[in-house]
Each structure stands twice: as C-alpha cells, then as structure tokens.
Design a protein around this ligand. Structure first.
Ligand code: SF4
Ligand code: SF4
Length: 415
C-alpha cells in the first residue's frame, strides 16, 4: 500500500469509536493515541506530512499489538492491519546489532540449530535463573529473554523428506502427503509439537514430511515494517515448497495467517492448520481415550481476528472424549504476547496477561491449550511466575496425548 492508498483507506474511518473498548492497549492506558482511532489519526498525519515521525508518534504506533481486534469490529471495514504494516514500512526501521543477528537466525536453519543448542545448554546450567536474578524481567533485555529459556526444546526428529517414514509402511491406505511447515521456531520451541502432529497424522493414514531449508515465515519482519526482508523469507520458503503437492501444515496461527496471505500460488494456498485439516476427518483410527481432563483453551488473535477459525478449534476440541472444555475468559482480548511484543514491551505484555492468569487460578485446569507458539511461551512464563500447576500444550500435543493404542516401535523411533 503506498502513501495515497494508506490515506484513502484511513479516510474510511468515521471516528465512531466503536473499536475503542475492544483495543487492549487503549483499555490499559485510556490514551487516545493508544487506540485504533488515535493511531489512524497519527497515520493520517504522518502520511499527509502534517506530523513528523518523532519519538511520541512512534511510541503509539509501535505499541500497537497488531491483534486486529479493532478490524474485526469496525463497521466501516477499515483494514487496520494492512494500514499499520504500510505505515511501519514507511518509517525508517532502527538498525541494531541484535536485529542483524536475529535476521540472520530467521533465515538460516543451521545457525538456528546451533543457537538453540546453546540455549538448551544454558537452560540446563540454570543460566536463565542466574540472569533473571541479576536483571529485571519487566524490561527489554537479557533477563526478560531468559524467562523463556525453560520452554526451549529439542528440534523435531522426523524422517528425511522424500523417504517414506517407517510408519507409512504400516498403513494400508496412505491418504496423501502432509508437509510440515517448521519456520524458525522448530529448532527452539516447536520440536515436540511437530513430532506430535506427525504421529497423529500418520495414525490417520497420511505420509508426513518435514522439508529441509525452511526459513521464518516472515511475519515478524512484515509487521515490523521490513517488507523487503519478509519478501526474501517468503521467496526462500516458496523455493522449498512450490512443486510439491498436498497440504502444508503450519501449527502456529501467527505463521499461518502470514503464509496464507503472502505465500502465493503453490505455497500460501496450500497452507492449512490442524483444526481445518482434521475438521472433516474420522478420528476413529486415533482410538481416543475417554479419561477426564479439564482443558482451558486460549484463542490467539491471529486465529480469531485474522483467520477467523476459533470456532473450528473449539469444534475439534469438543470431539475429544472425556475433555471438559472451558474457554479462557475474554479470549477476544490479546494476551500481550503478540510476536516480539512480549520482549520489546514487557510491562504492557504482562499487564495484558495478568487477567488471563487470574482466570487460570480460578479455573485451575489440567491443561491450557493455545494455537500459537508465541502466546504459549508468554502464557507459560506467566504460569511459571505464579507457580500454577498446569501444562501448556499445542492442539497437536493434546490430541497426541489422547491417542489410545500403544504406538508401534518404529513410530517412537521416527515420529
Ligand atoms: S470502529 Fe472503525 S470507523 Fe469507528 S473509529 Fe474504529 S476504526 Fe474508525
Ligand atoms: S490492532 Fe489491536 S492493539 Fe492495535 S489498535 Fe487495533 S485493537 Fe488496538
């Protein structure tokens, strides 16, 4: 969107204010500059040249979570998410050393693997606790980042692409191939979820592959205004997936929303989520157990306001026998995780998380489910801080944990 298009679209805002009570940042600060209407006015000022790009304007714009709750309720159809992306892209992005290192890691799987290995060692040595003691975890920095170390996990261990998994040989009826999108989080946080998804899908008769050479989905760069960097990542992923066939499964709603929007033909149009993929599937081959389990589910903003598939997630969860299902109260309000927001704006992120944690104290579930890894990390860190006894799982991990029959030995070796 160029300047003229941004201005034209901001003019669709009639300043009615209906979006204000739905905006998480405005609810906290009660500052018009932190509301959708206020941010649209700032965009208009910037794009028309009436306002300078100064620290105060940036603070309000950078404070936006990108949750798009405002867009979902706007009667005038203001495309707030696209407007914010275009506005951020028109501001000069700050260049920092950490940004360059982070960008390199987003693009290179080998480097991510090495970095994740280092994080796992640091976690085992208790360095996270040490850094947390000497620094403040409510400010951006090492102590805040270290609060997520306990969730660093092993990379996914799946069969090589193109090679039929041992489990496939056990299936009479291979129903097609599902390619897993691992993005940048697989080596650090998503390994167990990807393995769980592979086990579930193989039980249902799919061949599952994890193509090599994947990069970050590009959502972080895109929403931070780094359109060129996001386009490079999309190109790298397209090269990995285009030419293949069958669905591409992305377990994280944030990655999925971006991939479906920016991935294009032969890639983005094949991307799907677990709740959509399993929506019409017969789950009988999973032999789901019928044991009582109290599950609270959290619906990430990308699932609810962007993909609008929170109903599919709930419907799938309701098909699990024995599960007592409870929605996390105020699920339409962002938890504060929002990509890197929990690192860059920790105080606001924790203010938004607090009522969710209060609700979890009252509800006391066995398991909290979420459909996005970033929200999961933010929620899990809060749950640890409050010393609550519950697991945080992805949808794939929950379904995998409810599969009844013992797994064939080859499935354990090769998830
Ligand atoms: S609801 Fe839509 S039209 Fe009304 S103030 Fe918010 S963005 Fe503008
Ligand atoms: S995207 Fe979310 S945080 Fe940003 S203005 Fe809209 S409702 Fe508020």
């Amino acid at each position: 969107m160029n300047h003229a298009e941004v201005l034209r679209n901001t003019d669709r805002c009639v300043k009615c204010g209906l979006c204000l009570p739905h905006c998480p940042t405005y609810r906290v600060t009660q500052d018009e500059g932190d509301s959708p209407r206020g941010r649209i006015t700032l965009m208009q000022g910037l794009m028309s040249g009436a306002l300078r790009d100064d620290a105060a304007v940036r603070r309000h714009l950078e404070g936006c979570l990108g949750c798009r709750a405002c867009e979902a309720v706007c009667p005038s159809g203001v495309p707030f998410g696209s407007l914010m992306d275009a506005t951020r892209a028109s501001l000069i992005p700050p260049t920092r050393g950490a940004g360059l290192v982070g960008g390199y890691l987003l693009r290179h799987a080998g480097a991510r693997r090495v970095a994740s290995g280092g994080l796992r060692v640091a976690g085992r040595l208790g360095l996270g606790r040490l850094v947390g003691r000497v620094g403040a975890d409510d400010r951006p920095g090492a102590a805040r980042a270290a609060s997520f170390l306990p969730d660093v996990a092993h990379p996914p261990r799946l069969s090589a692409p193109g090679r039929p998994a041992a489990a496939d040989a056990l299936m009479d009826d291979v129903r097609g191939t599902v390619s897993l999108f691992s993005g940048c989080t697989a080596e650090t946080f998503d390994g167990p979820s990807l393995e769980a998804a592979a086990r579930v899908l193989r039980r249902l008769g799919y061949r599952v592959v994890l193509p090599e050479g994947q990069a970050c989905c590009g959502a972080l760069d895109h929403h931070a205004g780094r359109a060129g960097a996001a386009a490079k990542l999309a190109g790298r992923n397209r090269a990995v997936f285009v030419g293949g066939e069958g669905p591409i499964l992305s377990l994280n709603s944030g990655c999925r929303a971006h991939l479906q929007d920016a991935g294009g033909e032969g890639f983005g149009d094949r991307v799907t989520g677990l709740c959509r993929l399993l929506a019409c599937q017969d789950l009988t081959p999973l032999h789901l157990i019928d044991a009582p389990l109290r599950v609270v589910f959290h619906t990430p903003c990308t699932l609810r306001h962007v993909l609008r598939e929170h109903g599919l997630m709930e419907a799938l969860l309701r098909r699990l026998p024995g599960v007592e299902l409870i929605p996390l109260p105020d699920n339409a309000l962002c938890c504060g995780g929002s990509g890197s927001h929990m690192l860059t704006h920790p105080r606001m992120a924790d203010r938004l998380l607090a009522p969710k944690l209060d609700a979890l104290v009252d509800l006391s579930p066995d398991v909290l489910i979420t459909a996005n890894v970033g929200c999961g990390l933010h929620l899990a860190a809060g749950i640890r801080r409050r010393k609550l006894a519950m697991s945080v799982m992805s949808l794939a991990q929950l379904i995998d944990s409810r599969c009844g029959l013992p797994r064939p030995a080859s499935w354990q070796d090769e998830p």
